[in-house]
Design a protein around this ligand. Structure first.
Ligand code: NAD
Ligand code: GLY
Length: 271
């Protein structure tokens, strides 16, 4: 296991991001992040058979339940949030309960939003399994669900207690999803770090070949940039808006294509 950690510094809401191959096998770390209480693991049909058992193994002895939702952006909805709240109710979840979001940005945004609302806010832990979620959506506390009127219209700033990004999980990610995630990686390089841009160009072949060391380095550098910006401007009153680079046109393209033509990263790359 080769893991590096960094911190999102937000006073008493500061939290660690653990990045690297084998993070999911860090049972002690995961257990410490959730504490000793009821735990709801929220994931989807695609990710559950791949990785849920690895997370569940860290939770033995706790009162836990795994909720497996359908897969897709259309399930980042109020209906799905309601399913999460029902599962929390059936678990007997109190204010000290914890929710773990295992999956891509859809599960992370939905799980975080549900956690922000349950009993006015319970702890949650992000376990991102897509490149996009590792470098962007799992860090920074933006949570939301979509309405028919538009994307992310209902949400909350609600920071996780910890992020566990096991870069080995990217080995099962479909190629189109993997490549699309690089839009958010290139974003940090373009807005803030020309040296990182050169590094990405130099390592493009290794990154597209999913070289473990190169991928972990790209995720680490991206998270370091996001953590620093979020620490300075948590609620996007200024600098954090830089992270929306490419998103104005990107969101327009996603909307025109009814979210079926372009993946998020593809639209952002064009933007
Ligand atoms: P996603 O969550 O839909 O995941 C993409 C696909 O990959 C899904 O089919 C998923 O089931 C599958 N998958 C996930 N992990 C896998 C793995 N390891 N192996 C195989 N398949 C796997 O999409 P995404 O690109 O991760 O996230 C997009 C969402 O993130 C959007 O809803 C977007 O609005 C949101 N987002 C949020 C923020 C934020 O700051 N909160 C930032 C950027 C994007
Ligand atoms: N993805 C943009 C942000 O977190 O602010």
């Amino acid at each position: 296991m080769s893991v590096r950690s960094l911190q999102v510094v937000l006073g008493d809401r500061s939290y660690p991001i653990h990045i690297g191959a084998g993070v999911l096998d860090d049972h002690t770390g995961i257990r410490a992040a959730v504490g000793g209480r009821q735990v709801l693991l929220v994931t989807n049909r695609t990710v559950a058979p791949l990785y849920a058992a690895r997370v569940e193994a860290a939770l033995s002895g706790l009162r836990t339940h795994t909720l497996v939702l359908e897969d897709g952006e259309q399930y980042k909805s109020v209906d799905s949030a309601q399913r999460v709240w029902q599962a929390l109710a059936e678990l007997g979840a109190q204010r000290n309960a914890c929710l773990i979001a295992l999956g891509g940005g859809v599960i992370g945004d939905l799980g975080g939003f549900a956690a922000a609302c349950w009993m006015r806010g319970i702890d949650f832990v992000q376990v991102p399994t897509t490149l996009l979620a590792m470098v962007d959506s799992a860090v920074g506390g933006k949570t939301a669900v979509n309405l028919a009127h538009g994307k992310n219209l209902v949400g909350a700033f609600w920071q996780p207690r910890a992020v566990f990004a096991d870069t080995d999980t990217l080995s099962t990610l479909p190629d189109r999803q993997y490549r699309s995630g690089f839009a958010e990686v290139v974003k940090y390089a373009a807005i803030i770090d020309p040296e990182f841009f050169s590094w990405l160009e130099l390592h493009a072949h290794a990154l597209l070949g999913r070289d473990r060391t190169a991928v972990a380095e790209a995720v680490y550098r991206s998270c370091a940039h996001k953590a620093a910006i979020v620490a300075r401007d948590e609620r996007e009153s200024g600098e954090r808006a830089l992270l929306n680079f490419g998103h104005t046109y990107g969101h327009a393209l996603e909307t025109i294509g009814a979210y079926r033509t372009h993946l998020h990263g593809e639209a952002i790359a064009i933007g």
